[in-house]
Design a protein around this ligand. Structure first.
Ligand SMILES: [Zn+2]
Length: 424
């Protein structure tokens, strides 16, 4: 079976121009002793909005790794696929994120539910899991709720997995199961039973993306209580370690954090917890690279700055339309968005500082950043102009992309002694 390394990062590159800069950040990390497997991911939703094909992501990944002489493993992730969308990803992907969010809450047949209750019932009476102080348990009614909510989704995951396996062969791809794009988070107890179900479906899941408590908005920091997240995350790790042994799941099974970019309030917690328990992590960062492209263009000034302003001003007129597909993962306070008249007179520094995620900078505006995060569709409508600007200002843009991934993400999430350095 193809195996994903301990630390891995999902690198989204909506327009396919920054693979080199992204890979440079991974290579730089390796030089500093942090081994990270790069995974280029793109969802069906993004392909449709931009008008690209899954094969484009494969070509980019192969080209940039080939050019850099990168000999370590890398993967191409068919992100958030389901039974209707997986087809065109099969040939060119070797990582599949099976998204069961839309199946959660649909009830499986009563025979399946009874079978689950009979086999999992004992576990719910109280389990001692190493690393968790209280015994892990739930009532009969709670177990029934879990069955009603998740068995159908697990069956669907099995169906999709087997469809991929039949075409690709069991050993040739990595399987992730995601359930992050739902309203309610999953508790560690729910995670335990979900893993039980995935084990029963014989899905060799290597990464699992639960929904955590708190808000994981796109491109901005975590909103919630980092302490609570840390406690839940640590329990999830312990539950996973137990499930690997008890349910016959792959021994490298780890958590995947979706909308994981920019969660700077959580990185010190995650960094110390994964090191404390010697566990891996997969972090998906999709759309931040597009934001860095726009920051780079703003810094370049002239026509490139005008283009960035134009995107923002157009986005202001289409807030609702742009936000609908991302409703669960953004929170924009419209009253905090600068008006088009204000932005029109901004210089490069002011525009870039408003967009760049640096909380120490008083110009940083997370509402504007979220709006532009979902506004990539507008650049997709003007790719001739956009791509020629990216080409012209390659240097500055790729520096922004590199610095964002390496300095703000990799070093904070995986770097040594980062927690102490950060607090000091
Ligand atoms: Zn996701």
């Amino acid at each position: 079976m193809k195996k994903l390394g301990k630390y891995s990062m999902g690198l989204g590159d909506r327009f396919g121009h920054q693979g080199h800069a992204q890979l440079r950040a991974i290579i730089e990390a390796g030089i500093h002793g942090i081994e990270i497997t790069p995974v280029w991911n793109k969802s069906n939703r993004e392909h449709i909005i931009i008008g690209t094909q899954p094969q484009d992501v494969r070509s980019e990944a192969d080209t940039v790794t080939g050019n850099a002489g990168f000999k370590k493993p890398y993967f191409v992730d068919a992100d958030h696929i389901n039974i209707d969308t997986v087809g065109r990803f099969i040939d060119c992907s070797d990582f599949f994120t099976i998204d069961v969010a839309s199946y959660i809450g649909k009830r499986a047949g009563e025979d399946k539910i009874q079978k689950f209750l009979a086999s999992a019932g004992k576990l719910s009476e109280g389990l001692h899991i190493e690393g968790i102080k209280k015994s892990v348990k739930c009532t009969k009614a709670q177990l029934r709720d879990i069955a009603d909510k998740y068995i159908f989704a697990a069956e669907k995951a099995g169906e999709i997995y087997r469809m991929i396996e039949a075409k690709k062969g069991q050993r040739n791809f990595i399987t992730e199961v995601s359930m992050d794009e739902v309203a309610q988070p999953q508790s560690p107890v729910e995670l335990l039973f979900i893993l039980f179900m995935l084990g029963a479906e014989k899905i060799p899941v290597q990464t699992i993306a639960p929904k955590f408590t708190g808000r994981f908005n796109k491109g901005v920091d975590y909103v919630g209580e980092p302490d609570r997240f840390a406690a839940e995350f640590e329990e999830d790790l312990m539950v996973i370690a137990y499930a690997v042994q008890a349910f016959g799941l792959p021994d490298n099974l780890k958590i995947s954090i979706h909308s994981g970019s920019d969660k700077f309030a959580l990185y010190p917690e995650i960094n110390s917890i994964i090191k404390k328990h010697d566990k891996g992590i997969h972090l998906k960062t999709a759309g931040t690279t597009w934001l860095e492209e726009l920051i780079g263009l703003a810094e370049a000034g002239g026509e490139a700055l005008d283009f960035a302003k134009e995107i923002y001003i157009k986005a202001l007129g289409k807030i609702e339309e742009l936000c609908v597909p991302y409703a669960d993962v953004i929170d924009i306070d419209v009253s905090s968005l600068p008006s088009s008249d204000e932005v029109l007179v901004w210089n490069s520094r002011k525009f870039a500082a408003s967009l760049r995620h640096d909380e120490s900078n008083p110009d940083y505006n997370p509402d504007m950043r979220q709006l532009i995060h979902v506004a990539y569709k507008l650049a997709a409508q003007k790719t001739n102009e956009y791509f020629s600007l990216l080409e012209e200002h390659k240097q500055v843009v790729s520096e922004c992309v590199f610095e964002n991934i390496y300095q703000r993400h990799i070093l904070r999430l995986f770097g040594k002694e980062y927690k102490n350095a950060f607090l000091a």
